[in-house]
Design a protein around this ligand. Structure first.
Ligand code: IPM
Ligand code: MG
Length: 371
């Protein structure tokens, strides 16, 4: 089959990690006889530098005309440290989410057996953790009215949610729970926030349509603690935009590295797939960033395009790289592999998985003398 993929690699390490995902996709195209056509477009700081706009119109058009969007990372310290900057790279991503109608962000978190001892959390706490976080992505405080008084002394960010916005993501989260361990936890702050009370009321009412799913509630402060104390209690977590942003970064320590966490943003026709890590500017251009989150995002993209076997194949290759320690310094500090070599390994394993018999590691690294 033929697919058009919008490639928005963005800033910092974005281009390097996305290039590895493309290698994996090209290997999949080879093995399963698909054609992926990549349409490159600008977003973030690089788009500001070249066009003055973090999300040029042309980029939106390219995304809308594609079957899916593969996103790298955005952000540049020259904007982070300037509170008076009028345009910011992050606006590009936020506007893109909004204009493509991507209201549902899915962030899977799991403890890979091979990496359990890399996590700062104890083995017995994280073993068996497998969570799917459903984060609302186009509402709440991120998109509310922002104000700064004329004298610069008072600022506010409004937080608004409608029943409709809550219901549409809650349906997706309930369905996900039905396909998993049938437990849904709504994370909110209903003891303080009016919006959270609306979330609780709306989700409780919907639960009647999903009576095989057990619904429970946690205040976000408690949820943040439970994520570290007992993460395997969670199956699907449903939460609003800001809480989901925070909880998902916190959850990434369970997997041993934020460099492993992929995400899918869906809602309308075109889905967007991106690692949850940022642009890691200190690592840009050094061939040291972990490409696995980007590669796993490509797998999520394939699943969304109904290419399930293909997605499984990428995931198996990632597991193999973890098993063999062909990984970057964040998870393999003693014997780190460069970003590009991890990508080469994954692509090669997808193409020739059978080469497991001889000197496996070297064969896939192109270093074998045994042919
Ligand atoms: C994320 C990021 C973004 C967010 C930033 C870059 C705007 O942290 O995708 O989690 O806050 O949503
Ligand atoms: Mg974040």
């Amino acid at each position: 089959m033929k697919f058009n993929i919008a490639l928005l690699s963005g800033d910092g390490i974005g281009p390097e990690v996305t290039a590895q995902a493309v290698k994996a996709l090209d290997a999949i195209a080879d093995v399963y006889d698909h054609t992926f056509t990549y349409n490159k477009a600008l977003v973030g700081a690089i788009a500001i530098d070249q066009t003055g706009n973090p999300l040029p119109e042309e980029t939106i058009d390219i995304c809308e005309e594609s079957d899916a969007v593969l996103f790298g990372a955005i952000g540049d310290p020259k904007y982070d440290n300037d509170p008076s900057a009028k345009v910011r790279p992050e606006q590009g991503l936020l506007r893109l989410r909004k204009s493509l109608g991507l209201f549902c962000n899915v962030r899977p978190v799991k403890a890979y057996e091979k990496l359990i001892d890399k996590s700062p959390l104890k083995r017995e706490i994280i073993t068996g953790t497998d969570i799917s976080i459903y984060r609302e992505l186009t509402g709440g405080i991120y998109f509310g009215t922002k104000e700064l008084s004329e004298d610069g002394q008072v600022a506010s960010d409004g937080c608004t949610y409608s029943v409709e916005e809550i219901e549409r993501i809650a349906h997706l989260a309930f369905k996900e729970a039905q396909n998993r361990r049938k437990k849904l936890t709504l994370v909110d702050k209903a003891n303080v926030l009016e919006t959270s009370r609306l979330w609780r009321k709306t989700v409780t009412a919907l639960a009647k349509q999903y009576d095989d799913v057990q619904l429970d509630f946690l205040f976000v402060d408690n949820a943040a603690m439970q994520m570290i104390l007992n993460p395997s209690q969670f199956d699907v977590i449903l939460t609003e935009n800001l809480f989901g942003d925070i909880i998902s970064d916190e959850a990434s320590v369970i997997g041993g590295s934020i460099g492993l966490l992929a995400s899918a943003s869906v809602g309308s026709k075109v889905g967007l797939f991106e690692p949850i890590h940022g642009s890691f500017p200190q690592g840009a251009g050094k061939d040291i960033a972990n490409p696995l989150a980007s590669i796993l995002s490509a797998a999520m993209m394939l699943r969304h395009l109904d290419l399930n076997k293909e997605a499984d194949t990428i995931e198996a290759a990632v597991e193999k790289s973890l098993e063999l320690g062909i990984t970057t310094g964040d998870i393999n500090p003693d014997n780190p592999f460069p970003t590009s070599k991890v990508g080469d390994f994954i692509a090669d394993y997808i193409t020739h998985p059978e080469d497991t018999n001889v000197n496996f590691r070297n064969v896939h690294m192109g270093q074998s003398t045994i042919i």
